[in-house]
Design a protein around this ligand. Sequence first.
Ligand SMILES: NC(=O)c1ccc[n+]([C@@H]2O[C@H](COP(=O)([O-])OP(=O)(O)OC[C@H]3O[C@@H](n4cnc5c(N)ncnc54)[C@H](OP(=O)(O)O)[C@@H]3O)[C@@H](O)[C@H]2O)c1
Length: 341
Amino acid sequence: MPHKQALLTGATGFVASHLLPALLADGWSVRACGRRPRPDWFPQEVDYRSVDLARPEGLDALYEGVTHLFHLAGASSSTSTDEEMHRGNVVATRNLLAAAPATLARVVHMSSTSVYGEEVQLPVPVPEDVQPHPSRGYGKAKWEAEQEMWAKAEAGMAVVVLRPVSTFGPGNVKLLGSAVLDTAIEAWAGLATLAVAARPVEQRLVHIDDLVGASLHLAEHEEAVGHAYNVVAEQYPSSHDVARILAGAFGMEVELDDQADCGLAYEDRAAIHAQMLEHGMAPHIFLTEQRFRFMAKENRNNRLRVDALLGTGFRFAHSDLEPAIQTTIDWYREHRWVITR
Ligand SMILES: NC(=O)c1ccc[n+]([C@@H]2O[C@H](COP(=O)([O-])OP(=O)(O)OC[C@H]3O[C@@H](n4cnc5c(N)ncnc54)[C@H](OP(=O)(O)O)[C@@H]3O)[C@@H](O)[C@H]2O)c1
């Protein structure tokens, strides 16, 4: 096998915490970078560099010996302002690409389906070659970062773009992770029912193992160069389906409520959350001000085409979302990222 050396950006983030071990298991050498100091869990063979990609100085040193770039660094709306999202996605991508050598065998760029937006009706299921109309700061920043990639692709760089939806699995601290925390809080408070807005909202999710699998597959698939790929499980559960899985895992029943903002108020949830932390719960999952925030957003462009990805021979390992969500909740419990009485 020819020597494969990856440069993995965003290495301290959720997706990379799964992609990094998968690369090592697959025989890659890995240079990894994030902004924070080297995380303790990184295997010794990983060459870690702490670097802010929004600053252009010295980035060419990252590429020494590198054959493939996996560009995962990015700032999302859960933790960043619009300005930080522009800096962490657009400026960082521009700088990283400006320093890239022409010899790279492949650039795998982690974009997002948020580029499509939800204000303008697109053909549904949304194909990858549609003109995106991002609606919010995050989608706009991801689309602008993608365009930095496409400009390099025009100039001959071997670029592949992945556009995943909300990704869940062990170690996820946002989105579905926050909804698991919301449920654990109400179970801790002794509620027997989990109130959910009666109006169902269709969800779209993908398990982290499938995103990692797609990234490794597309890094080497010969015909993938120059293309973007939606990455989403083929099953689209409703908010009620997801709520039933969450409630079931905590011994609760779902109760449909006419109020969109049903359930405990933020102040009460924050107070119970503080109690849970005092009882030894790990503080990693984000407590969102809006309860079940990720399940509330309706999107007219929710359904996405995945035939391009399937056409490359990739197959999803977690198409059945219920057991995948259940084992993720088990993981949170085992690691005390959520606790029960
Ligand atoms: N998770 C999802 O559901 C999802 C869905 C669709 C697309 N995506 C995309 O997938 C990628 C990875 O997502 P994730 O969930 O793993 O994100 P994450 O957990 O928020 O991690 C973000 C990573 O980017 C790094 N970063 C941010 N700004 C940087 C900068 N200026 N310079 C250098 N590094 C910077 C962070 O470094 P430090 O933490 O060390 O500062 C961290 O390693 C992102 O591009 C995201 O937009 C994620």
